[in-house]
Ligand binder design. Sequence first.
Ligand code: ATP
Length: 381
Amino acid sequence: MKSLGSFRRKFAPWNDPEAKPFIAIENVTKKFADFTAVDDLSLNIYNREFFALLGASGCGKSTLLRMLAGFEEPTAGRILIDGQDMRGIPPYKRPVNMMFQSYALFPHMTVEGNIAFGLKQDGMAKGDIEARVAEMLKLVKLERFAKRKPHQLSGGQRQRVALARAVAKRPKVLLLDEPLGALDKKLREETQFELMDLQMKLGLTFVVVTHDQEEAMTMADRIAVMDKGKVMQVATPAEVYEAPNSKFVADFIGNVNMFEGTAAAVANGKIDIAIAPENFTIRTDASKSCAVGQPVGFAIRPEKIRVSRKQPADPSINSAHGELWDIAYFGDMTVFHVKLESGRIIKAASLNAVRTVEDPLGYDDMVWVNFDTDAGIVLTA
Ligand code: ATP
């Protein structure tokens, strides 16, 4: 597995100006009557990439996937796959296959029959079909279940049959619409790793639609965060988490404390932000072009905030005083809610690295939330 891991670590064709995208979505708009589901969207997806379209219900991600599959045509713009314009090309002639959330397995057919179906339709020779089906069963570890019908399988097994059927024809791109949507949490987590492993082994390009950000963060090389038919940011999971480009993305991805304020001082590429209700100035290391008096946002993740009984002596550390309002223990971590005098609740999270803590913090304790100048992100969009 080491070689696959190192492949993934070095894999970043989107940073290579010479690299050609495998899928090019160019200014694509999709309208249903006067409703715009996808709005002038452009996106490049590279060969062997595991790409996630992430967004809330109704943001247009499934519509985009359906246009890649050929079930919908763009109202404007174009889609190129492997350099070929897909306009007018029916789904079965595209180098893509789609796995639906419902799996759409044929209930009267065995597992083998389901996997073989598309190959038979393509007129593949019987011996080749048998060999391919055996290969697929092995790939998804369902050899023992070949003769069963879908209703005799668990949800996770059905998901694997659907996957085997979708990759049996060796498409270059697999489109997956909420592939793990029907599985319970634990199975979802296991299956995420199976999917990543499978994608690596087969060397395919995966485009996955999901509304589950943890799932996208775990699996994808890059994520496109969508809202109202538009892409808000396309970046690696670490980038969308650590460096969201807008308040929308910061708020959408993970847990965040969001402050609205104004730039109080801008010097040497460092911005101080005045937060009005608390009369609190946040000092940052951010080097963004911004004018004094301009409204700016500040986003900081709970795990970047510490909670202490004493105010940090170092004056360069941002700190605010408040009451420990709520404590949620999650086993691996504890989340503290600290209420400032203004009533604002600050969320802080810390890993529970040690089993017992001397003098643990308790409800109603007066504490200091504090964080470093480089712990958050200044947002001007
Ligand atoms: P979900 O996660 O709920 O599936 P989504 O982000 O995938 O959401 P889409 O299915 O792409 O969203 O739908 C985007 C918008 O387009 C929605 O408001 C939907 O109602 C609308 N829409 C989708 N298909 C059609 C259609 N055939 N006719 C009219 N409106 C449609």
